[in-house]
Design a protein around this ligand. Structure first.
Ligand code: SF4
Ligand code: SF4
Ligand code: SF4
Ligand code: FES
Length: 903
């Protein structure tokens, strides 16, 4: 079938589709092969040298018509009113085989009365239209890796099943939609298509949720988005998606969106809706007044990892050139800043080493502090495929994440360490590498800095770093650590993937360097199947960091203190730039409380919900004279804001996002801006109002400036991206198509540098008063603070954050399944419902932070990474006790004051 297709001959088919393995069940693709008996199925017959095949003969036509007659005799005859009319392969094939009549009539036994399953909020399953081609089952198995579907029964009784007595909603299904996409009939169908009809045109764009950066065809009817179809040529996702990207786009047109600017003198006043001109003038005036009274450095801003590179660029430029200081930081501070620091120090660049496809060649995969199936689901599917092919898996995580054991995937080792002991664990791995002869001496001699290697080798072989010593600290058996370390070191191709469970610790940067150390020592950087790979949380974390959002770095991670680099920007921007690194987010809060920092431009970030130690954050925000929030919805931070500048959803944006693998993807507008302004235009207007001229005509011009001033982006332009699809930076003259794998012949910094990584326990310790460790994470159906996903039907799966408690800890405290509990730390207290599970070990409790009502960050502390101030979200000492009612603290924070969110 494939060979025929490549020569331009199409063969009728139903059960086959090129995203799935050949199956050979529908018998529509039969062919005749010279010298062979019978009529083999062309989809499952390998082509051979000299094979002579007939794809159209009288006999074949007759058999195919007969097959089709049987299908149609058990199919509703409602094509004209069917939602798939015009986009149905069964209909197409009936035409292709020339079906004119059904000799069997329609009165025989059939499936036409089977009940429709509408339980899933996004798609329906109408078994009366099913031809039992198994495409859906195979998509769920092969592409998604969830194995939620099966064909139940035999012969005439065969039917697609989600499990005994279960509907889609209650089954193992994770609503990725892969089955819906491959279904050749209207059996599995998006409800949005049923409601709006078949789309008329489409635009290729990029998902705005997580750092996987999936490409989609946004299929439209006029300005109505009908469905998002994962784009086959998307180089990050290869035609797959998760529930968020495919289905959870309704927030973009949710009635909660604020489309007009709002201003107010004091936060106790009601908001006043104004035109853009007034809002811009008001903001500029406030900022200028503050600077006149308190000095140039009394204001600043933060950029958003949810916004495009172009939008981020203009905000950091506004701060540097318009505010004339370096008080710029980004929400990436609270997630992956240790990645930037650790990888820059060791390898020379602040980004992951590989592209996603690299995992296809990994023999050993180590997943540390990352819950891929929830937070990076499309890459998780790709990784699971490799694991099913035989790659071996090591999971280092306090929690029993799905990857540890799921259908056809089982980790060889799950090192269930105590939160906060990552560095001790990586040192034990290094100890095994060094003392058991696993160092790739040739690689190290050729590519690494000898002095730092010698120092590191001496450090890691010390007895305190042995698995036996570390076992006491981590709570993991020494033999298990040794076995896992040997597995990693033996590879031959070993790859590390990690997430916020690595970075959001007081030693986040140390751990990143620790992973780079062992990857270099074992020669596991610089080719396919290996590397050290951060899984970025938000869609444009990589990009917002690349765009110069840090107070000490200009775009491209170059120090503001470097006169030459700064001179380039000064020449291009025609302004003198501050050479002194400004305030990081936590320093901004401290300075605000001290009365020195009084105005802040907050691009797309809900500081009051997402940053740690809520009381401190709120006190800081409350003490400022001008807080400006640019966002889609009035969020928690808006309680302290004086100006609200309505933002645009990804469906209205024109620009680029850079995903976790450094891939720069185009984001194209599929509908006009609902606010009348692009976000970069708003920032530009503010810069102009404050006396610094900005005159971009469009987003492409901003990218041209980025390319001109950032060496790793020098080959990037909208035209180039439109021509080649996407590129991974560095993209320049030497690598016009980008750089999928970095550090191939040598490290970006020249010689790879080792750093001793002494384990220093966090100061956040359990005590008699707070005897448990709280750690946090994400869930598939919700996203970060939930501002988007809570405004979609995704909330059906996770209407609230719950606290996971080990049954042993629960019993000690009288906590029951579903009971309300109070979680208290030395910083604050919150209440939520408990669920009892051995996913968490005794002594550890876990929750998500998607719902403002939970206020998980009320309890998190001020501790942060020593190098970057990334908050230590993953370790908070708490007590958990049954609570019969909302506590006083909870009432004070949320009673009557929290934003009401309509779902
Ligand atoms: S639901 Fe669709 S894909 Fe699945 S077996 Fe039926 S017709 Fe085929
Ligand atoms: S939506 Fe995804 S997980 Fe659910 S049954 Fe279909 S393929 Fe499987
Ligand atoms: S995996 Fe991430 S980028 Fe891809 S569709 Fe899901 S949320 Fe969007
Ligand atoms: S397409 Fe070959 S048997 Fe169905």
């Amino acid at each position: 079938m494939r060979a025929a297709a490549e020569t331009g001959i199409s063969i009728p088919k139903l059960c086959s589709t090129d995203s799935l393995n050949a199956f050979g069940s529908c018998r529509l693709c039969l062919v005749e092969i010279e010298g062979q008996q019978g009529m083999p199925a062309s989809c499952s017959t390998p082509v051979g040298e000299g094979m002579a095949v007939r794809t159209q003969t009288e006999r074949l036509a007759k058999v195919r018509r007969g097959v089709m007659e049987l299908y149609i005799s058990d199919h509703p005859l409602d094509c004209l009113t069917c939602s798939a009319n015009g986009d149905c392969e069964l209909q197409d094939m009936a035409g292709a085989v020339g079906l004119r009549e059904v000799r069997y009539g329609f009165d025989g036994e059939n499936h036409l009365d089977l009940e429709v399953d509408s339980s899933n909020p996004y798609f329906s399953f109408d078994p009366s239209k099913c031809i039992v081609c198994s495409r859906c089952v195979r998509a769920c198995d092969e592409v998604q890796g969830t194995f939620a579907l099966t064909i139940e029964g035999r012969g005439f009784d065969s039917k697609v099943s989600t499990g005994p007595g279960e509907n889609f909603l209650d089954s193992e299904c994770v609503s990725c939609g892969a089955c819906v996409q491959v279904c050749p009939t209207a059996t599995l169908m998006e409800k949005s298509v049923i409601e709006h009809g078949q789309p008329e045109h489409s635009v290729i764009t990029t998902c705005a949720y997580c750092g996987v950066g999936c490409s989609f065809k946004a299929e439209m009817k006029g300005n109505q988005l009908v469905r998002m179809v994962p784009y086959r040529d998307g180089q990050a996702n290869h035609g797959h998606s998760c529930v968020k990207g495919r289905f959870a786009f309704g927030y973009a047109t949710h009635p909660d969106r604020v489309l007009k600017p709002l201003i107010r003198d004091k936060t106790s006043d009601a908001w006043r809706e104004v035109e853009w001109d007034e809002a811009i003038a008001f903001t500029a005036n406030r900022f200028e007044t503050i600077q006149a009274e308190y000095g140039r450095k009394s204001i600043g801003g933060i950029t958003s990892s949810r916004c495009t590179n172009e939008e981020v660029w203009v905000v950091q430029k506004l701060i540097r050139a318009g505010f004339k200081n370096t008080n710029v930081d980004t929400c990436a501070r609270v997630c992956h800043s240790p990645t930037g620091y650790g990888l820059k120090q060791t390898l020379g660049t602040s980004a992951g080493t590989q592209h996603f496809d690299s995992v296809r060649e990994a023999d050993v995969i180590v997943v540390i502090g990352a819950n891929l199936t929830e937070a990076h689901p499309v890459f998780a599917s790709q990784m699971k495929r490799r694991l099913r092919e035989g790659a071996r898996l090591i999971v280092i995580d306090p929690r029993g994440i799905d990857l540890v054991r799921s259908p056809h995937v089982e980790a060889r080792h799950h090192l269930q360490l105590l939160p906060g002991t990552n560095v001790a664990m990586i040192n034990a791995f290094a100890h095994v590498v060094v003392t058991e002869g696993y160092v790739d001496e040739e690689y190290v001699v050729a590519r690494c800095d000898p002095e730092s290697f010698a120092e590191w080798r001496e450090f890691v072989q010390r007895p305190e770093n042995s698995p036996e010593a570390v076992a006491k600290v981590t709570g993991v058996d020494a033999q298990q650590i040794r076995a896992a370390a040997r597995l990693y070191a033996g590879g031959p191709r070993s790859a590390i993937y990690y997430g916020l469970g690595v970075t959001e610790h007081s030693q986040g940067s140390t751990m990143v360097m620790g992973m780079a150390n062992i990857a270099m020592a074992t020669g596991n950087i610089g080719f396919m199947g290996v590397g050290v790979n951060p899984l970025r949380g938000q869609n444009n974390v990589q990009g917002s960091c690349d765009m110069g959002s840090f107070p000490h770095e200009l775009p491209g991670y170059r120090p503001v203190t470097d006169d030459t680099v700064r001179g380039t920007f000064e020449a291009a921007w025609q302004v003198e730039l501050d050479a002194e690194p400004g305030l990081r987010i936590p320093n901004m809060f401290d300075a605000a409380i001290a009365g020195e920092y009084r105005g802040m431009y907050i691009q797309g970030e809900d500081l009051a919900q997402s940053d740690p130690n809520t009381q401190h954050v709120e006190a800081a925000l409350d003490s400022m004279d001008c807080v400006v929030v640019q966002d889609l919805f009035l969020n928690e931070t808006c309680r302290f804001a004086h100006v609200f500048l309505p933002g645009t959803s990804f469906l209205e944006k024109d620009g680029t996002f850079t995903n976790a693998e450094r891939r720069i993807n185009r984001v194209r507008p599929v509908m006009p801006s609902q606010t009348g302004m692009a976000e970069w235009e708003v920032t530009q207007a503010l810069a102009n109002a404050m006396g610094y001229p900005m005159n971009y005509a469009n987003a492409a011009e901003i990218m041209d400036e980025i390319a001109a001033l950032t060496p790793t982006f020098s080959g990037v332009s909208f035209d180039h991206l439109d021509a080649v699809g996407s590129v991974q930076w560095p993209c320049n003259e030497a690598a016009p198509l980008g750089t999928p794998v970095m550090h191939i012949d040598q490290f970006v910094r020249g010689k790879g540098k080792f750093f001793p990584t002494e384990f220093v326990p966090t100061e956040e310790r359990t005590t008699r008063r707070f005897p448990l460790i709280l750690t946090t994470g994400r869930i598939l159906s919700q996203y970060n603070v939930g501002a988007q996903t809570r405004r979609t039907p995704n909330s059906i799966w996770s209407p609230e954050d719950v606290l996971e408690v080990h049954p042993h800890d629960a019993e000690l405290r009288g906590i029951v399944e579903g009971g309300l509990v109070a979680v208290s730390s030395r910083k604050g207290e919150t209440t939520l419902h408990a669920t009892l599970t051995d996913r968490v070990p005794p002594g550890v409790v876990y929750t998500t932070f998607h719902h403002p009502e939970t206020g998980a960050n009320i309890v998190t502390t001020e501790f942060s990474d020593w190098a970057t101030n990334c908050p230590e979200y993953k370790v908070t000492a708490v007590q958990v006790l049954p609570a019969s009612r909302r506590t006083e603290w909870q009432e004070r924070v949320h009673g009557g004051k929290a934003q009401v969110v309509r779902i």
